[in-house]
Design a protein around this ligand. Structure first.
Ligand code: MSP
Length: 646
C-alpha cells in the first residue's frame, strides 16, 4: 500500500538494562531526538522509537548479581524505569518506548520466528564456539584476542557447546550483496558500508545460532517451536523495530504507515547486527529492509574509553542540570561529527558556551534588544527608508539558511548544520558593526534605524525558529524576549522561517542574559570582563560619551613628586582656572618639554590623591611597550584653551 511520503521513522538501539545511561549511550538518543524534532518542524509525521533490551545472559547475570535471580522481571522493570526517567530529564521526545519484555513484542517475535521455521530457514544443530556475555556475541577462535579475550570489549569470553537452533544466514549472502549494490546509501557513513560489504564479499557467511537451551539461560523469549529453548537476545531485540509498529497485526496501521524505517541510528560496534543480520531476517520474512542504517562513532571522556572501572562515567543528567539541556545538546552535536569518534570534555564544552552561545548568540540578542529599548522605547518599528546592500545581504542570507541547513540534516551532518546557522548569527552581529545603529540613533527621525533594528529582530526570530530542534528552551527565551508568542510560532515549525513575518509594533521584553559566560578563575574573569567591555564598546550611547568632559588645557608648570619615579605634578590652565594633575609621564618627557603644550584633560573626574598630591583631572595619552605620547592639539587656534573636546 502507498505510504504517505511525509512520514519519518527513526530509531535508536535498545539499551541493555544492566546499568544507567551514560553520556555515550545517551548520545544516540540525543542526536535522534534532534532529528525527530527537526523533521516534525519540517512537516513530517514522525515516529521516534527508543527502548530497552531486557533479555539475554548479560541481563540475567546482572539480576543475579543484584540478588534478583527469582525476580528478573522486577530487576528489568526498575532499570527500564530509570532509563525512562533519564530521557524525561533530558526532554527526549520519543513517540514510543518499547521494552523487549512487553507481551506484544514477545508474541510478535514468536510469530516471526515461527514463520521462518515454517519456511525452512531454521534448523537444529550444535553450536561450538566462544561467547562474550558483555557484547552478547559469538566469536570464532581466530577472531579472539590473546587469552580468549573479546576483540570488541576486551573481556574474557566463554566456551559454549550446545544444541541450538540455527538461522540460515548463509542462504542470504548473495541477496545481501545485491541489496548493498542496489540500495544507494543503505549503510552510512560510506566507510562503514565498505567494511560490511567487503566482509560480505570476502567471507562465507556462517549460519547464526538463534537459541540457547533454557537450562543454561532461563531468561528470554521461548521458542514457539521448542519450549526447551529461548531466543538469542539479538534476534529478539532486532525485531523491535517492526514489533513496535504493531507487526504483524498492525492494528493501528503503524507498520503500513512508517515501515521501512527512514533510519536506524546505531553505534559502530553493532553495525554487523543491523546491516547484515537484521536485513537478512527481513529478507527471509519477505519484509522490506530499512532505508538506511547510520553507524556513529564512539565517545570517549577526556580521551579515555568510558568505563565504570576507570571512574570516568559522565552522567548526562548531571551535565544538563549544571549547564542546561540545550547546552549539552548543542555541544554534542556541534563538537562531535556524527559518524566519527569523538571526545567529551568539559573544557571544550565551556569553550563552546563562551564563544558560540554567550558571545555570538547571547550577545546578538542583548545588543539588539538593548538598542530597541534605548532608541524606540522597546518597540520594533516598521522598517522605513532606503534598503542598502547590507540589508539585502542579510535578508538573502536569512532566506537561504533553511535550504543549506536542510541539505546538511539530510546527510546527518549536524555539526555543519549548526556551523551554518552560527555563521548566520555571526553575519548578523557583523551587520550591527556595518550599519552602526548608534550613529542613526542620534538622527531626528530615526528612519534608517527603524530598518536596522527591524532586520536585527527579524534575523533573531528566524534564528530562534531554526535552532528550535536543537535548543528549544533557548528558542522560547529568544522569542519571548522579542515579545512574541513562542508556542504559536514553534507550533508552526519551519513555515515560520519566511522573512518579514515579524509584525512591526511588537514590544520586546528584554530579560535575563540567555547564556551567562563561564568564568574560570579571577584572572580569567578579569580578562573576560575586559574583553566583554571591548565587545560592548560599540554599544555606548552618545549620551554616555558626552558625560565625559574633555577640555583643552595649557601646561603651565611641572614639578617632581618626592618618592615618585613615574609621576609629575602638573599645573594646567583651563580658561584661566588653574588645576593640578598628577600624570604618569615622567619617564617619557622632560619637565621643560611640557610647558606651554596644549593638552587634553578629562575635567569631570572625581579627584584622586596620588603620592599625597590631589589630582583634579586626567591627562590623555597613548602608550604601548615602546613609549608614551600625550594628546596635544594638531593646530594652535587662538583662544582654544578651555574648549570642549568632542
Ligand atoms: N542492546 C544492544 C542493541 C540492540 S538494538 C536492537 C546494545 N545495547 S548497549 O546498551 O550496549 O548499547 C546501546 C548503544 O549505545 C549502542 O549503539 C552503542 O554504540 C551506544 N554506546 C554505548 N557506549 C557508547 C559510547 N561510549 N559512545 C557512543 N555510543 C556508545 O548494544
Amino acid at each position: 500500500m502507498k505510504k504517505n511520503s511525509k512520514t519519518y521513522y527513526i530509531t535508536t538501539p535498545l539499551y541493555y538494562v544492566n546499568g544507567n545511561p551514560h553520556i555515550g549511550s545517551a548520545y544516540t538518543t540525543i542526536v535522534a531526538d534532534v532529528l525527530a524534532r527537526y523533521k516534525r518542524k519540517a512537516g513530517y509525521d514522525v515516529f521516534y522509537l527508543t527502548g530497552t533490551d531486557e533479555h539475554g545472559q548479560k541481563i540475567f547475570e546482572s539480576a543475579v548479581k543484584n540478588g534478583q535471580e527469582d525476580d528478573v522481571q522486577g530487576f528489568v522493570d526498575r532499570v527500564a524505569d530509570e532509563f525512562k526517567k533519564v530521557w524525561e530529564d533530558l526532554d527526549i521526545s520519543y513517540d514510543y518506548f518499547i521494552r523487549t519484555t512487553d507481551k506484544q513484542h514477545e508474541e510478535s517475535v514468536k510469530k516471526l520466528w515461527q514463520k521462518l521455521y515454517n519456511k525452512g530457514d531454521i534448523y537444529k544443530g550444535t553450536y561450538k564456539g566462544w561467547y562474550c556475555v558483555s557484547c552478547e556475541r559469538y566469536f570464532t577462535e581466530k577472531e579472539l584476542e590473546e587469552d580468549q579475550k573479546c576483540p570488541d570489549c576486551g573481556k574474557k569470553t566463554r566456551w559454549v557447546e550446545e544444541e541450538n537452533y540455527f538461522f540460515k544466514l548463509s542462504k542470504y549472502q548473495d541477496k545481501l550483496i545485491e541489496l548493498y549494490e542496489n540500495k544507494e546509501g543503505f549503510v552510512e557513513p560510506d566507510f562503514r558500508k565498505n567494511e560490511m560489504l567487503s566482509r560480505l564479499k570476502g567471507e562465507d557467511l556462517q549460519d547464526l545460532s538463534i537459541s540457547r537451551r533454557k537450562e543454561s539461560l532461563p531468561w528470554g523469549i521461548e521458542l514457539p517451536f521448542d519450549k526447551d529453548h529461548v531466543l538469542y537476545v539479538w534476534v529478539d531485540a532486532l525485531l523491535n523495530y517492526i514489533t513496535a509498529l504493531g507487526y504483524p497485526e498492525d492494528e493501528k496501521n503503524r507498520f503500513e504507515k512508517y515501515w521501512p524505517a527512514d533510519v536506524h541510528f546505531i553505534g559502530k560496534e553493532i553495525n554487523w547486527f543491523h546491516s547484515v543480520i537484521w536485513p537478512a531476517i527481513l529478507l527471509a520474512a519477505g519484509i522490506e529492509p530499512p532505508k538506511k542504517v547510520f553507524a556513529h562513532g564512539w565517545l570517549t571522556v577526556n580521551g579515555d574509553k568510558i568505563s565504570k572501572s576507570k571512574g570516568n562515567v559522565v552522567d548526562p543528567v548531571a551535565i544538563a542540570e549544571k549547564y542546561s539541556i540545550d547546552i549539552l545538546k548543542y555541544y554534542l552535536l556541534r563538537d562531535i561529527k556524527f559518524g566519527r569518534d569523538g571526545d567529551f570534555s568539559y573544557k571544550k564544552l565551556e569553550q563552546r558556551i563562551n564563544s558560540d552561545l554567550a558571545n555570538d548568540l547571547g550577545n546578538l540578542l542583548n545588543r539588539t534588544l538593548q538598542m530597541v529599548v534605548q532608541y524606540f522605547e522597546g518597540e520594533i518599528r516598521k522598517p522605513k527608508g532606503e534598503i542598502t546592500e547590507y540589508d539585502k545581504d542579510l535578508k538573502t542570507k536569512a532566506e537561504n539558511l533553511y535550504l543549506k541547513v536542510d541539505e546538511l540534516i539530510d546527510e546527518f551532518n549536524f555539526t555543519d548544520a549548526l556551523e551554518t546557522i552560527w555563521s548566520f548569527i555571526r553575519r548578523t552581529n557583523k551587520y550591527i558593526d556595518e550599519t552602526e545603529p548608534w550613529i542613526h540613533g542620534r538622527e531626528e527621525n530615526n528612519i534608517r534605524l527603524s530598518r536596522i533594528l527591524y532586520n536585527l529582530a527579524e534575523s533573531l526570530r528566524i534564528i530562534a525558529v531554526i535552532i528550535s530542534p536543537f535548543m528549544e528552551n533557548t528558542s522560547i527565551k529568544i522569542l519571548t524576549q522579542l515579545g512574541l508568542n513562542p508556542e504559536e510560532i514553534l507550533d508552526k515549525g519551519f513555515k515560520e522561517l519566511d522573512w518579514g513575518k515579524l509584525k512591526p509594533g511588537t514590544k520586546v521584553q528584554k530579560g535575563e542574559i540567555i547564556f551567562p559566560r563561564i568564568e574560570k578563575d579571577k584572572k580569567n574573569k578579569k580578562k573576560k570582563k575586559e574583553s566583554k567591555k571591548m565587545e560592548d564598546k560599540n554599544l555606548i550611547d552618545i549620551e554616555d560619551f558626552s558625560n565625559v568632559e574633555l577640555k583643552v588645557a595649557t601646561v603651565i608648570n611641572v614639578e617632581e613628586i618626592e618618592g615618585a619615579d613615574k609621576l609629575y605634578k602638573l599645573q594646567v590652565s583651563l580658561d584661566g582656572e588653574k588645576r593640578t594633575l598628577v600624570a604618569g609621564i615622567k619617564k617619557h618627557y622632560g619637565k621643560n618639554e611640557l610647558i606651554d603644550k596644549k593638552v587634553v584633560v578629562v575635567t569631570n573626574l572625581k579627584p584622586a590623591t596620588l603620592m599625597g598630591v590631589k589630582s583634579e583631572g586626567m591627562l590623555l595619552a597613548a602608550s604601548n611597550k615602546n613609549g608614551l605620547s600625550i594628546l596635544t592639539l594638531d593646530k594652535n587656534i587662538e583662544d582654544i584653551e578651555g574648549s570642549k573636546v568632542q
